[in-house]
Design a protein around this ligand. Sequence first.
Ligand code: FES
Length: 106
Amino acid sequence: MPDAGQRLELCSTDEVAPGTALKVEIEGLILAVFNIGGEFYVIDDCCTHGPGSLSEGYIEDDVVECNFHNGQFNIRTGEVVAPPCMVPVKTYPTMVIDGKVTIEVD
Ligand code: FES
């Protein structure tokens, strides 16, 4: 696992088109990188309800719908938008640096 406060470089911004997501595995983390209208957000890829992969979910504006049981999360905040999910998904402070999407690990 990465050290707290470490900044990880996940991908180039041009690898994630607006309205899509990319799954990135790095340092033991499995993450989903989203591009919402040119703003980048990173959350854990694994749904908090089960084995769904949120990078493969259906994206509408800033909400992603898990393709397993159709639970929904707000991509910006990680909050649950629709059941059966109950637990928010973890979000990561995200910053674009020199065309790369980076996160800070806490
Ligand atoms: S695994 Fe995602 S809603 Fe059930």
